[in-house]
Ligand binder design. Structure first.
Ligand code: 4AD
Ligand code: MG
Length: 467
């Protein structure tokens, strides 16, 4: 039994070498059967599909068979045969079964139809379910698609720090990193926490974005992208926010806002096309079990242009809708940020396609965005998606040293922390643009899942850091 090489189920289901002896290993999904024969559905995570094991009861030890319960781990040797039953082309007629791991009766993923909320409380075991298997295989495939897209398009994967002393978004939502004794913090003469003897000799935090360092990369290597974890201590308990999420941030020298929009659209369509071509079984499963309009929506996005309009035009559409009787929870006024209900109205009800909103009021966007002539707006772009709302945020960057410094001063951002960033504008500054794609928001869209906590293996949200 030991000498036979294990076959993954993903390879086995396409195998037609009937009569050959195979070994599969995996976890029992179900066992059913009669007095004479047992049918065991085994899954090894390599595919959504199970392989059916047929075991003649009289050939096996009754005590061993009793251990084959949902969740138990088995190694099975048997003959690959053409299946008589519906639903699968082949099955394994077992000749030897070894129970590698029995499964206690309180296995939390035993029952069918448990809610995602319940499964979140058992996130360590939900990975063993069909839905989460599908989601995380797709998540892997999306990561591969992203690296392939950028590699094929001449971008360099650029690693930016996770621990940083600068607040890239200037939004003050950072988690601090310290080795100081929190019960006995040293204080300065002014009564402030003294970081002089802290590990980094100054206040440090987890990054909210790799963009600022990404700009250093782009203005040297031409085109880079980051793909790493980012952290936000925003107290947003919504189905779209995580405290720890992964972000992809391309940054390109000499790209203007239009190039940036073209890149965002081409890139995201490539990723979705990749999923349609490489994750067929998992997408079909999710389309059947989670969201019946998933495949339709994915095809729609790859086959249609994203509509491009300004923030101001978007506000006009919303105000017109309100005048015609549409009700929103939050008011719509020029100068305030759109809430998720507004974004989704524009995308899902009004335009009925993905849109890219540009030229937002400077007050609601980050300091680094290129200022427009009107003195009021900046060359920002948000890509808004059905079901999701904002999936991408980006901009053309302010390349003028003087304008950037003026904005930093206006916003009282500590200049001394920014000296290295400002150097890009002093030493051969250039027009450049970039954006950030929230990886989990992309996975939400591609899987049809409703809650961002269900597309990352171990979600971190306010008051929750289990597993
Ligand atoms: O719009 P954001 O804050 O933009 C930036 O961080 C820029 N530095 C990006 C850039 O221009 N290089 O975040 C970018 C994207 C959002 O559009 C959203 O998809 C995602 O990151 N995102 C979150 N995803 C999950 N949980 C959160 N708390 C998120 N905050 C932002
Ligand atoms: Mg944003």
């Amino acid at each position: 039994m030991q000498s036979l090489k294990r076959t993954k189920i993903v390879d086995l289901i396409h195998c037609t070498e009937f009569g050959s002896t195979v070994n599969v290993k995996g976890w029992v999904r179900t066992r059913r059967g009669s007095k004479n024969v047992n049918f065991i559905a085994l899954n090894d995570g390599s595919t959504i599909k199970n392989v059916q094991i047929v075991a003649d009861v009289e050939q096996f030890d009754a005590e061993m068979l009793k251990q084959i319960t949902t969740g138990a781990c088995l190694s099975v040797v048997g003959t690959l045969v053409e299946s008589q039953g519906a639903g699968q082309a082949s099955e394994i007629q077992a000749t030897a079964i070894e129970v590698l791991g029995t499964c206690d009766a309180d296995f939390p993923m035993q029952k069918k139809g448990q809610t995602f909320e319940y499964m979140r409380t058992h996130a360590h075991m939900r990975l063993r379910t069909n839905t989460f298997g599908a989601v995380f295989r797709i998540r892997h495939n999306m990561a591969m698609a992203i690296h392939r897209y950028f590699h094929e398009h001449g971008f360099f994967y650029f690693h930016t720090p996770i621990i940083t002393a600068s607040d890239a978004e200037g939004a003050g939502q950072m988690f601090q990193v310290t080795t100081q004794d929190l019960n006995n913090l040293p204080k300065t003469e002014e009564g402030q926490v003294d970081y002089a003897n802290d590990f980094f000799g100054k206040q440090a935090s987890l990054t909210v974005s790799g963009q600022l360092e990404g700009e250093l990369g782009a203005t040297a290597l031409g085109a880079i992208y980051t793909f790493g974890p980012t952290f936000r201590a925003e107290n947003s308990n919504t189905p779209r926010h995580l405290a720890e999420f992964w972000m992809i941030e391309p940054e390109v020298a000499f790209n203007d806002i239009t190039d940036n929009m073209d890149l965002a659209e081409d890139f995201i369509k490539y990723c979705i096309r990749w999923a349609l071509e490489n994750c067929k079984d998992d997408l079909e499963f999710l389309n059947n079990m989670v969201d019946k309009t998933l495949l339709e929506r994915l095809h729609f996005v790859v086959n249609n242009n994203f509509l491009r309009l300004t923030y101001t035009e978007g506000i006009e559409v919303l105000q017109k809708a309100i005048a015609e009787g549409r009700k929103f929870e939050f008011p719509v006024t020029w100068g305030t940020d759109l809430s998720s209900e507004h974004e989704r109205f524009l995308v899902e009800e009004h335009f009925k396609c993905p849109i890219i909103l540009t030229d937002y009021p400077k007050e609601i966007k980050a300091f680094y965005m290129k200022q427009n002539e009107d003195g009021k707006t900046v060359r920002a772009m948000d890509v808004l998606f059905p079901q999701i709302g904002e999936i991408i945020g980006g901009s053309e960057r302010e390349e003028s040293y003087d304008k950037l410094v003026a904005r930093i001063e206006e916003l009282h951002i500590p200049m001394k922390d920014m000296w290295w960033y400002l150097d890009t504008r002093k030493f051969g500054t250039c027009p450049h643009s970039g954006f950030g794609l929230g990886f989990e928001r992309l996975i939400l869209f591609v899987t049809g899942m409703q809650n961002i906590r269900d597309v990352i293996p171990f979600p971190r949200t306010p008051r929750s850091a289990e597993f």
